[in-house]
Write a protein that binds this ligand. Sequence first.
Ligand SMILES: Nc1ncnc2c1ncn2[C@@H]1O[C@H](COP(=O)(O)OP(=O)(O)O)[C@@H](O)[C@H]1O
Ligand SMILES: Cc1ncc(COP(=O)(O)O)c(C=O)c1O
Ligand SMILES: [Mg+2]
Length: 269
Amino acid sequence: MTIPKVLTIAGSDTSGGAGIQADLKTFQELNVYGMTALTCVVTMDPQLWSHNVTPMSAELLESQLDTVLNGIGVTSAKTGMLSTVEIIDAVARKIEERPLEHFVVDPVMVCKGENEVLNPDTAEAILEKLVPKATVVTPNLFEASQLAKTAPIRTVEDMKNAAVKIHELGAKHVVIKGGGKLLHEKAVDLIYDGQDFELLESDRIETNYIHGAGCTFSAAITAELAKGADVRTAVKHAKAFVTAAIRHGFPINSFVGPTLHAAQRLYRD
Ligand SMILES: Nc1ncnc2c1ncn2[C@@H]1O[C@H](COP(=O)(O)OP(=O)(O)O)[C@@H](O)[C@H]1O
Ligand SMILES: Cc1ncc(COP(=O)(O)O)c(C=O)c1O
Ligand SMILES: [Mg+2]
């Protein structure tokens, strides 16, 4: 049996719902073989749940990328939290050395519940160095406004304008996640390929347990691409996967609730 091999280049969410943990759980659910290049470790204050990000050195990240890209090989890879400009540079260099069939860039700039960009320099580096190499880029509304350098995005029309600008940066497909924050009754995501817009709508679930939803969504896209789906089909399967995961999200303490990565398997949603 051959199983597609995939890589996530992302941070560790110690609480298990987002980051590299969400990616690996999603890969496992979707029948691909997951590998990792760790960029940083995120820990939380047990009393306040404020986040602390400790980056890896760029050298250590490069060694991990060499192991996987040069020593094994993958069909698709994704990025998540990258934390420093040096790490983003290292990722860009390694991907240039060994271009991938599919490269999904999830331009993580914020953690849910936190409003500040983790590091403003990284937003600019992601835009310049990684977005042009992306098969698919998957910003949430905040990240899309940062990449497109627009005012806050509130409507589907705003999403379309931002998608055009992000496509001009060089990404082949732009997927903007409206999620629960758009002025819309549904949870709407937008796909743009430089020609056509397609809106994906799902029921908007009333819940606070959506920690890691974006990581789960981009990991599912990466897995589906590795299995041979075209981008639109991959995004649609990923949307169904994350919607089920959100529907069965649950609290792990009084601060945070992740999505349930196993939801499709356990509940046949
Ligand atoms: N309340 C919700 N109900 C249904 N789907 C949602 C909800 N919130 C987010 N989503 C979906 O989850 C996926 C991740 O989006 P989002 O939570 O905005 O990303 P991020 O975690 O990167 O901020 C998208 O497909 C989005 O539409
Ligand atoms: C390591 C890591 N990556 C990514 C994220 C972003 O998660 P989300 O999928 O909710 O956007 C977080 C949020 O806490 C994180 O800790
Ligand atoms: Mg995100």
